[in-house]
Structures are given as C-alpha cells and as structure tokens.
Design a protein around this ligand. Structure first.
Ligand SMILES: *[C@@H]1O[C@H](CO)[C@@H](O)[C@H](O)[C@H]1NC(C)=O
Ligand SMILES: *[C@@H]1O[C@H](CO)[C@@H](O)[C@H](O)[C@H]1NC(C)=O
Ligand SMILES: *[C@@H]1O[C@H](CO)[C@@H](O)[C@H](O)[C@H]1NC(C)=O
Ligand SMILES: *[C@@H]1O[C@H](CO)[C@@H](O)[C@H](O)[C@H]1NC(C)=O
Ligand SMILES: *[C@@H]1O[C@H](CO)[C@@H](O)[C@H](O)[C@H]1NC(C)=O
Ligand SMILES: *[C@@H]1O[C@H](CO)[C@@H](O)[C@H](O)[C@H]1NC(C)=O
Ligand SMILES: *[C@@H]1O[C@H](CO)[C@@H](O)[C@H](O)[C@H]1NC(C)=O
Ligand SMILES: *[C@@H]1O[C@H](CO)[C@@H](O)[C@H](O)[C@H]1NC(C)=O
Ligand SMILES: *[C@@H]1O[C@H](CO)[C@@H](O)[C@H](O)[C@H]1NC(C)=O
Ligand SMILES: *[C@@H]1O[C@H](CO)[C@@H](O)[C@H](O)[C@H]1NC(C)=O
Length: 598
C-alpha cells in the first residue's frame, strides 16, 4: 500500500524532471545568443503577436509585432476588465518539468536546393532571418541523410550502381560518397553554424541504400493508378547490420571533417512506413536495437551524439519502449511525429511515466496546403501539446520550398508541404505565416530553459477549435516566456499568477493570435531597472496604421458592472489538417509488440 501511495503521489511530481545534459553537446556552449540568455536578460515586460490569419495581401497582419505589454498589478487599478480576465496559474514551485532544447525546422534537399537558387546577398539575408539571434534563432534543426520525399532526385550515400535501386552490395562501403546533393546539404549546415553555433542538429535517413533492403527500393512507376508493387519486403535485411553501422559512421565522420557536429541521430525516419513510393524502409525495433548493440551505440557514445528512438507517429507507442528495452544504455530520447490523423499526445505522458529520465521530441509535423484568408494553427497544434506533454523541442517539416511545394519526389510523398520560406526566383523569397509562428517560440525560448506546469487557464486542445492554450518556460536568465494560443474567436484579458510569487501580471492576448509574453525575472524587477532594454527587438513588420486590426487588445472595461460580452459562435469543424496518408499497417513481423512493465 505504501509503495502504491508513494508511486501515485510522488511520480507525477518527479515526472518531467529529465534534463538534456546527456543529449550531446550542442556544438556551442549551452544557452547562448538571444533574449532570455544570461548575457541578454529580459529587462522589461514585452508582448509579441502573430496573427493566425493568412492574409491575401502580404504584410497586412501582425507578424512578430510588438503588442501591448502586460503590466505588473500593484493593486491601484480597480477598473474591471471586460471581458473579465482569464486566470493563468503557473506552478513555479514544484511544477518544474522538462529542460528545453529549442524549436525549428527540417533541412531537406528541396530546402537546400531552393535556398541555393538565391543571390548570395539574399541567401545571407534569409539565413540570418532563420538562424541569427536577431532572426528566428532556431535551436533545433533536423536534416535528411540521403534523399527524402522532398528531394528532386533519389539517392543514398552508397548506391553502388547506376541508381538508388540498382546497386550491388558494397560490403566494405568503399563507394561511400555524399554525392552532389549530400555535399550541398553538408555545406548548407556548415553555413547555418556560422549564424548560430548552438543548434541541436538531428540527422535522419529515409532509407538505407537499396542493397541493404530485402527488396531494394521499389519505386512504383504509377502509384496513383494503384499499380501493384512489392512493398512487403521493403525492409532492412539484417545481414547488413555491420554495413549499416559503417554507413552511419562514415556519414558522421564526413560531417565532422567539415566541422559540422551532429548532435542527435534517428536510425530511420518513420521506421514503420514501408510503402511510400519515395524512399522509405521498414526497420524493426529488434533490428534497430541490434544496429546499436553491435557497434553503433558505442560509435555514438564516443562522439557524444544522442540516439533518438522511433521518429514516427503516436499510434504505435511501444516502438520507442522496445528500443529502450532492447538497446539498454544506447537510447537517449524518443522522437514522435504528429500524423496518423491527429496525434494522441497522452502517449508521451505514458512514456514519461515509464522512462522519467528520457527526454522526448516532436521531430516532424508538416503544414499541408495552408490556405490564404483562413486561420492557420498547424504549428501551434504540434508544438504546444507536444511541449505540454513533455517534448524538449520540436521541429516542423520542410524549411523551404519553391511555390509548387517542391522539388519533391515524383513518386509520392508530400505534394502540398509548404516551406517556412518560399523561394520564387533568385531575387525573391517569401516568409510564410509559419515562419513567424515558429519565431513566436524559437526566438524566445532558449536552450536550457525549463517548461513549467500550468495549473489553470488552458481550455480545449489541438483536437478542436475554440482553444486557449499556453506553455510557460523559464529561461536561463530566470525570465518567463509564455506562449499563448488564442483560438477562441475573441480577445482575451489575462491575469497571470504564479504559485511561488505574489506578482500578478495583467494583459491581453488578442483574438486569433499566437502571442508571446516576456516577463522579467523577479531579480530584475527588484532592481527596478529603468532605462532602455539592451535586448534587440525582433523584426516588427506590422505597421499599426496600415490595417484595421490593431495590436492593442480588449475593448475597454467601463467598470460599471455591466460588461456585455459579444456572443461567441462555437464552430464544430476541426481546424487541424492531417498532412499524410492514413495509418499504414505494420507488416507481419516475428517480433511481437511487448507490453510495458509499468
Ligand atoms: C513585407 O515586409 C518585409 C519586411 O519588411 C519586406 O521585405 C517585404 O518586401 C514586404 N512584402 C511586401 C509584399 O510588401
Ligand atoms: C486598468 O485595468 C483596465 C482593465 O484591465 C485596463 O484597461 C487599463 O489599461 C488599466 N489601467 C492602467 C493604468 O494600467
Ligand atoms: C521477403 O524476404 C524473405 C527473406 O529474403 C523471403 O524469404 C520472402 O519470400 C520475401 N517475401 C516477399 C513477399 O517478397
Ligand atoms: C490516447 O492514448 C491513450 C493512452 O495514452 C489511450 O488511453 C487513449 O484511448 C488514446 N486516445 C485515442 C483517441 O486513441
Ligand atoms: C512568384 O512570382 C510570380 C510571378 O512574379 C507571382 O505571380 C507569384 O505571386 C509569386 N509567388 C510567391 C509565393 O511569391
Ligand atoms: C477574430 O479574428 C478573426 C480572424 O481575423 C476574425 O475572423 C474574427 O471576426 C475575429 N473575431 C472577433 C470576435 O472579432
Ligand atoms: C522604479 O522606481 C521608480 C522610482 O521609485 C518608480 O517611479 C518606477 O515606477 C519604478 N518602476 C517599476 C517598473 O516598478
Ligand atoms: C505606416 O503606414 C503609414 C500609412 O501607410 C505610413 O504613412 C507610415 O510611413 C508607415 N510607417 C512605417 C514605420 O512604415
Ligand atoms: C455601463 O456601461 C455600459 C457599456 O459601456 C453602458 O451601455 C451602460 O449604459 C452603463 N451603465 C451605467 C449604469 O452607467
Ligand atoms: C467569430 O466572431 C465573429 C464576430 O463575432 C463572427 O461573425 C464569426 O462567425 C465567428 N467565427 C467563428 C468561427 O465562430
């Protein structure tokens, strides 16, 4: 009884306490470069606002615009807000949860190819806007190892034949070669490092070389017409375990020799997705574990590189547990994707309950065909619940594309995944709404921040519209970055309270926005810093006089006790878009999915 009592009372408190210390060096030196860093503390309360509405005409909505800053309540303002404020309670006493790594995107061949089309001046500008501390300051970036569905050409680093699917086994990997596209990817990652050194870089292959698979990569010539093609054995052939280990090692060494540190690795993007038409491969968790146990685990430990298990949807949550059980000591984290219709984030709570020391990540979610003149919640519907359920970081899919969602594989894959950056010509690119929404997170939550439990104030979730959600992170300078999602179709007055502090902040989270508040550390407030903030404000592109929707918030409360609220229409359709094919059944395997001990 006592044991059960202790387990049920203490575990929820202990959970999410995991740190990212063991996750490989970031390549930089921990938290650096950006507001909220110890060297760049938040000195005054600020608010930044991005409208979820994608306008027909560019630059007519708020994009990381300065909003009305929250004010510290001193008890002298007796005016009643209208509507009455929503109370947010942040549990800053026992509510400390996971340590944060950062937010960002995925480098794909398409991203590299379209950014390389820009003039050197514009390429420099866009890389600054993505990675520098004055720009989006993105701290977690995934990259593809070989081609993915967002590649115009299909290749691995050792095809050993005329094409991806036509090679002979290269047992010594003597023909290993990054190739033209792989080299362009590496050069781009090296350039990224010159704008931001402490990016957490995660590499993921979409397939191993064709000859390491039972059927090679079989590309269906006419997938849409339902041509039959043999996908059943598009799976890793375990006789090539030594070659798979060598393949990863050569890739890591090629990156290291160019000065690019890889900080995290997944053994396979979507290991249960074996019939994409584009490169993909079934990797059983037992085979994945053996790749680690037979040598790759040691290779990664020696190089201080974290292994992130799974890298696939929440609908098969046993896979990362199996990896942890089978490759004990070599699995550092679990990685999830947001698809399989709508992700079920509570499996991350289950995982955390079973493995409280093991960090989790949201490594992939795409924005499929975002519509103009509509609200866009895709980024927040991936990032916010993932962090609420324990993710230490999150990355969206596909950093940059051309205006036709390419280049991408002609054999399937995502024909509607839009980049954060759309490159139109050598002299023109567009930062999409997603660029700004990701910036609401990546600019303000530093590596080494801690996510805190929110006890009051959340309403609804990513499964439905009409949500008000937030995450609260305390940055290394002990300031707070609070990211709000307001999909209530009304402006919300907010009263922010902490369990461990008497300070109360009041402010406004405007209608249909993602809004980030920066709240100075108590130490800063006590010092009563006056004078200008030394922090660099992010780009504020919104010109308040140029559109009707201003960044200020609520209609003024008149304080006469008759606050008449406008009626709220509750819509019943979901605003979330699923961006991939429905769940792909797991092929027959001799390995039975085991139940967890807990
Ligand atoms: C939007 O604003 C950005 C930044 O000020 C600017 O570079 C871009 O040209 C603007 N686009 C349009 C269509 O006005
Ligand atoms: C007092 O509170 C009201 C309602 O929240 C707000 O509109 C007003 O700006 C506040 N006044 C000051 C001086 O902060
Ligand atoms: C799959 O590969 C195994 C081992 O090579 C072979 O025995 C089996 O017949 C193959 N199945 C199919 C459907 O190709
Ligand atoms: C989500 O996962 C939990 C286990 O964490 C399960 O109990 C629940 O039924 C799942 N919900 C859906 C809609 O699949
Ligand atoms: C790309 O350029 C074409 C022609 O100049 C223009 O019509 C189109 O709107 C542009 N698309 C984007 C996404 O900027
Ligand atoms: C909230 O913003 C959306 C998008 O701009 C708009 O359609 C809607 O009318 C606004 N709601 C209210 C109550 O102002
Ligand atoms: C700081 O102190 C000055 C002088 O005592 C006071 O006028 C000012 O309001 C204080 N500022 C803040 C942010 O509390
Ligand atoms: C904002 O827009 C107004 C009206 O179009 C213009 O007069 C003003 O110069 C603009 N301000 C800035 C800072 O761009
Ligand atoms: C109270 O304020 C409301 C809204 O501003 C106004 O319509 C109403 O007449 C006021 N009532 C009184 C008694 O002042
Ligand atoms: C949002 O509010 C506006 C103004 O009150 C209303 O016209 C519209 O129908 C509402 N939209 C939704 C989706 O509820």
């Amino acid at each position: 009884m006592l044991l059960i009592y202790l387990l049920t009372t203490l575990l929820p408190l202990l959970s999410f306490a995991q740190s990212i210390k063991n996750l490989g060096s970031s390549g930089g030196n921990g938290p650096s470069g950006g507001i909220g860093d110890v060297n760049n503390p938040v000195l005054k309360a600020q608010s930044f606002v991005t409208d979820a509405f994608i306008p027909l005409k560019q630059n007519t909505t708020r994009q990381l615009a300065h909003g009305k800053p929250p004010v510290l309540e001193d008890g002298t303002n007796t005016t009643q807000a209208c509507p009455p404020p929503r109370t947010i309670l942040i549990d800053d006493l026992p509510g400390k949860r996971q340590e944060m790594v950062g937010f960002g995107y995925s480098w794909t061949d398409s991203s590299v190819e379209v950014l390389n089309r820009l003039t050197p001046e514009l390429q420099d500008q866009v890389l600054k806007e993505l990675f520098s501390p004055e720009g989006n300051n993105m701290g977690m970036m995934r990259h593809t190892i070989g081609s993915s569905d967002m590649s115009g050409r299909q290749y691995s680093f050792d095809d050993n034949g005329p094409g991806f699917n036509e090679g002979q086994p290269d047992l010594s990997l003597s023909n290993f070669d990054l190739g033209e596209d792989g080299t362009a990817m590496l050069e781009m990652l090296a350039r990224m490092g010159s704008y931001k050194s402490d990016v957490f870089r995660i590499g993921s292959p979409w397939s191993y070389p064709g000859w390491m698979k039972h059927n090679g990569l079989f590309i269906a010539p006419n997938l849409d017409a339902g041509t039959s093609y043999n996908v059943l054995n598009n799976s890793f052939d375990r006789q090539y375990i030594p070659q798979a280990i060598e393949y990863f090692t050569k890739y890591l060494d090629a990156y290291a020799s160019r000065g690019v540190r890889v900080n995290g690795l997944t053994l396979m993007n979507e290991p249960l997705n074996y019939k994409g038409g584009y490169p993909c491969m079934y990797l059983d968790s037992a085979d994945g574990a053996d790749i680690l146990n037979h040598g790759l685990g040691t290779v990664l430990k020696d190089r201080d590189i974290a292994l992130l298990a799974y890298d696939h949807n929440t609908d098969q949550p046993m896979y990362p547990s199996q990896m942890l059980q089978r490759a004990e000591g070599y699995v550092d984290a679990a990685a999830w994707h947001c698809y399989a219709y709508l992700a079920n984030y509570s499996v991350m709570d289950d995982f955390n309950y079973a493995y409280p020391e093991t960090p989790q990540f949201m490594t992939e979610c795409s924005n499929y065909l975002p519509q103009t003149a509509a609200l866009n919640w895709q980024v927040v519907n991936a990032f916010v619940p993932a962090v609420q359920h324990g993710a230490a970081g999150a990355s969206m899919w596909v950093l940059a594309t051309d205006p036709d969602f390419g280049p991408h594989s002609p054999y399937g894959g995502c024909a509607g995944c839009q980049g954060a950056i759309i490159v139109n010509s050598s002299t023109s690119y567009l930062k999409t709404n997603d660029y700004y929404v990701v910036g609401q997170f990546s600019r303000f939550i530093r590596r080494g921040a801690f996510n805190y439990r929110v006890l009051k104030g959340n309403e609804g979730n990513h499964l439905k519209p009409n949500q008000f959600n937030l995450i609260a992170a305390q940055n290394p300078d002990r300031s707070w970055a609070i990211v709000f999602v307001n999909n209530l179709n009304r402006t919300e007055n907010v009263r922010l309270e902490f369990t461990g502090s008497a300070n109360v902040w009041e402010g406004v989270v405007p209608n249909s926005t993602v809004t980030t508040w920066l709240i100075p550390a108590d130490e800063v407030l006590r010092k009563n810093e006056t004078g200008p903030s030394t922090s660099t404000p992010p780009f504020a592109l919104y010109n308040a006089t140029s559109t009707a929707a201003g960044p200020t918030g609520a209609g003024g409360g008149k304080g006469n006790g008759s606050c008449v609220l406008p009626p709220v229409t509750l819509s019943t359709t979901s605003s979330a878009t699923s961006s991939t094919t429905p769940l792909i059944p797991v092929p027959h395997t001799i390995n039975v999915i085991e139940q967890n001990v807990l």
